[in-house]
Ligand binder design. Structure first.
Ligand code: ATP
Length: 407
């Protein structure tokens, strides 16, 4: 069942009255590589399983061009699936694993043989075609799983964290392999991951989910440079998130103050004078200056990272900053932290609830804005995005130099 466009319209799935996925609207164009990205439990797998036909929708619909798809059984959708546990037949050789789906379709033997060998060649397993899965490495087994999916020339390939069982080096290799296959076979792929780097490197467009709701849909560049809200920013590596107050509003730049700082940033979304905001900046977008030129801080940690170092520095008020720099400050150095107004994004603390893709997808952004923000969030990680902390505990965060601002 090939298509020019696959549309999800308001796709919602609840379990026991609780929405695991709320109103997902997305158009996947033929040939696109889409990543569904978000922390554990955000509804990524639910979305993929709805698309695959493994889970019925609670509300909404899925369309393959003008054909309604969500009422079509999984096996009739003609999608290929690759999951993190490869689910290969252990007693069958690589070749037989790959051929299996074609045989089930009762294709002529010569065609089965030709297509099987072609798929095995594509994933570079020619030398291992006669082996059993148990005789292969994790990466090789995952390649068999991919060959088994693509040999059927599916209209859509669905992948759910396919690399999560592999070690770091193999993950990188397989990432390239998956992108190469996607391009060379002209596949359309929807790929679930919690790894922001993986998603950014693979996908044409990313869908960032949080608590079942779309936060933003956009190209890697859009998400990287212009996250729609501070939750997405947190997920995209804006490790320095500061809870401040806007002194001005409405202009192309905004002055933000608080916690002993006065900074100038660029508003993202409606920021009015007096509003509480979250200002976010990436470690690589901070500069070390003289202590009197910008935000004064003391260097507390210097971590070697190849050509650059990661630096943690703390202000007198206990606000911790993460920097990446090719300079080599020493522990205890008094430095200034320079912030370029264009790189300091200023987000409203809360925004109108919920949004989803409606049209002109690449600029769509959404916001659930419900999770209380921390006072200072410096040093987040993709695996541990900001969790809703009670406001009261967030208030105290800055007063505790040991753990206040960093995670
Ligand atoms: N069969 C189910 N029954 C009840 N709740 C479910 C079921 N499947 C998923 N959920 C809930 O729905 C929410 C979303 O789950 P989902 O598996 O889609 O998240 P995810 O983003 O894929 O997470 P992970 O990366 O951990 O797999 C979670 O809160 C989960 O507990």
């Amino acid at each position: 069942m090939s298509f020019a466009e696959l549309r999800l319209e308001g796709v919602t799935r609840s379990f026991a009255g609780h929405d695991a996925l709320t109103e997902l609207s997305l158009t996947v164009r033929r040939g696109e590589f889409i990543a569904l990205l978000g922390p554990s439990g955000c509804g990524k797998s639910t979305a993929l399983n709805c698309l695959a036909g493994l889970l019925p929708l609670t509300r909404g619909s899925i369309w393959s061009d003008e054909t309604r798809l969500d009422t079509v059984p999984a096996e009739k959708r003609g999608f290929g699936m690759v999951f993190q546990n490869y689910a290969l037949f252990p007693h069958m050789s690589v070749r037989r694993n790959v051929a299996f789906g074609l045989q089930m379709r009762r294709l002529p033997r010569a065609e089965v043989r030709r297509r099987t060998e072609e798929a095995i060649r594509l994933v570079r397993l020619e030398e291992h075609a006669g082996k059993l899965p148990g005789q292969l490495s994790g990466g090789q087994q995952q390649r068999v799983a991919i060959a088994r999916a693509v040999v059927l020339e599916p209209a859509l390939v669905l992948m759910d964290e396919p690399l999560s069982n592999l070690d770091a080096k193999l993950r990188l290799e397989m990432r390239t392999e998956i992108r190469r296959l996607h391009q060379s076979l002209g596949l359309t792929t929807v790929y679930v991951t919690h790894d922001q780097e993986e998603a950014l490197s693979l996908a044409d467009r990313l869908v960032v989910l949080r608590e079942g709701r779309v936060q933003q849909i956009g190209t890697p560049e859009e998400l990287h440079t212009r996250p729609a809200n501070w939750h997405v920013a947190d997920f995209m590596g804006y490790r320095n998130l500061l809870r401040l107050r806007a002194e001005s509003g409405g202009g192309p730049e905004v002055v933000v103050t608080g916690q002993g700082m006065r900074l100038v940033g660029t508003p993202v979304g409606p920021v009015s004078a007096g509003a509480e905001v979250i200002a976010g900046v990436r470690p690589e977008d901070l500069r070390i200056t003289g202590p009197d030129e910008s935000v004064p801080a003391t260097v507390e940690v210097v971590e070697y990272q190849g050509r650059e170092v990661a630096v943690e520095a703390r202000t007198a008020e206990g606000v911790q900053f993460n920097l990446r720099t090719d300079q080599r400050p020493a522990l205890g150095d008094r430095i200034g932290i320079g912030v370029d107004p264009a790189r300091l994004l200023v987000f409203p603390l809360t925004e109108p609830a919920e949004q989803s893709e409606q049209s002109g997808q690449s600029e769509q952004s959404g916001q659930s804005g419900d999770g209380p923000a921390p006072d200072v969030v410096a040093g987040s990680s993709t695996d541990a995005p900001v969790e809703a902390a009670p406001d009261s505990s967030a208030e105290t965060a800055v007063d505790e130099p040991a753990g206040g601002g960093s995670r």
